[in-house]
Design a protein around this ligand. Structure first.
Ligand code: RP5
Length: 162
């Protein structure tokens, strides 16, 4: 199976990436994680994106906060699908990163998930890889059923919590 390439702009983004990694492990999807910044280590970020396809990656996840150009910088250097995760920073509650990540110019798409939503980034990456992988598609379907069941159990127990 092709790998998911994960980059974060700073190790302070780790709590968001932990949510993604938990799901990738649950679905048995191989991945690599790096701290590369569009601003602080632009050459490393670029090289990772340029060589991603030949290095066995099938989809990229990029998480960054503040002036969050990382996902866009990765997308500019590969035609693999890129999923951006805007991260909450010390000010503006992540709205800065959301707009910086989602407002890409035509021609260089970044599929942006909600602020801090590492889980959805991993699920979307899994869905992309599952297009050509029936076993992974089955694991995804099983996870969807289990997640649905967990909500139904909450429904059944909600009155007892009031
Ligand atoms: C961004 O700036 C990073 O992605 C991080 O979310 C934010 C703050 O970085 P640190 O100052 O915590 O390293 O580039």
């Amino acid at each position: 199976m092709r790998k998911v390439g994960i980059v974060m702009g700073s190790d302070s983004d780790l709590p968001v990436i932990e949510k993604a990694v938990k799901i990738l492990r649950e679905l048995d999807i191989p991945f690599e994680v790096h701290v590369y910044s569009a601003h602080r280590t632009p050459e490393e970020a670029r090289d990772f994106a340029v060589h991603a396809r030949e290095n066995g990656f099938g989809v990229m996840i990029a998480a960054a906060g503040m002036a969050a150009h990382l996902a866009g910088a990765i997308a500019a250097n590969t035609t693999l699908p890129v999923i951006g995760i805007p991260c909450k920073g010390p000010v503006l509650d992540g709205m800065d990163a959301l707009l910086s990540t989602v407002q890409m110019p035509s021609g260089i798409p970044v599929a942006t998930v909600g602020i801090g939503n590492g889980a959805n980034a991993a699920l979307l990456a899994a869905e992309i890889l599952a297009v050509e992988n029936a076993e992974l598609a089955a694991r995804l379907a099983a996870k969807r059923r289990a997640d649905t069941q967990a909500v139904l159990e909450k429904d059944a127990g909600i009155l007892s919590r009031l």
